[in-house]
Design a protein around this ligand. Sequence first.
Ligand code: IPE
Ligand code: IPE
Ligand code: MG
Ligand code: MG
Ligand code: MG
Length: 295
Amino acid sequence: MPTQSQGLRARQQRVDALLRSELRTCNAADRLQQAMTYAVMGGGKRLRPLLAYAAAESVGGHMEAADIPAIAVELIHAYSLVHDDLPAMDDDALRRGLPTCHIAFDEATAILAGDALQALAFELLANSPLLSTGHGTRLQMILELARASGANGMVAGQMLDIEAAGNVRDENALGRMHSLKTGALITASVMLGALSTNLATPAQLAALRQFANRAGLAFQIKDDLLDVEAETGVIGKQQGKDAARNKPTYTSLFGVAGARQRLQATVEEAEAALTTGLQAAGLRELLHLIADRHY
Ligand code: IPE
Ligand code: IPE
Ligand code: MG
Ligand code: MG
Ligand code: MG
């Protein structure tokens, strides 16, 4: 990511180390474990874990409290990408500059690796000794993540994305689809980070949810722009695939200039949600990375 601070790089390395350690100890069959590791360790930006850490700090907590939530949301994200790339979905061969999981392994293994990554995320929230919160908070986090991931969250958004291909959509419907397929997990990342500290007030949680909702939409608008404007070698995935597949995107509906304008407006809405009562410098830094990133 551009203008990325030393501090963020150190945090990404922390996330990588935690993920590697959990994958090493998960005792899956060899080929399954290889596919899970391939899907997770291939060089993602770790934006969702970074948001969880910054959210923990925004309510006065220590980032370490959010270690397990951070890797749980990244495991869900990795699973979602493996399935998103399958031939039955976006049919993509390139991810993070490498062959997608079903190309490197095979479709059945990729499906199962995604399934197992999803289950591992919930297992860690339920059971990891690295998480020091009580059972009540664990349950709250599991519920938040389950709702964000499932039939009223990310999966619903993916279903809309499949059904919408080729259909002209209005801005409300497009915003809803993007908020579900990408925004829901980004919101969960922020909420789990804040919840993990046991320090967040209801008012802080409400402000964070509003911030994350807008940041999540901004993230997907930028993703749509990158598909049009960026180069395959930089984004590590095949550029131009949305148009080739007739996907409804902010650029297909509003053009590049219109999408940029909406990105800017959405970022401003996210900033406005960072009200007093939050130590929001970290979240603000990540919001700008979301909007200004090159991949
Ligand atoms: C890409 O997410 C998929 C979307 C939800 C738009 P990221 O851009 O966060 O992917 P990685 O993890 O950095 O590769
Ligand atoms: C992916 O959206 C959303 C999820 C994986 C839930 P995209 O299909 O736009 O993501 P990329 O562009 O393939 O990374
Ligand atoms: Mg997709
Ligand atoms: Mg895709
Ligand atoms: Mg995309």
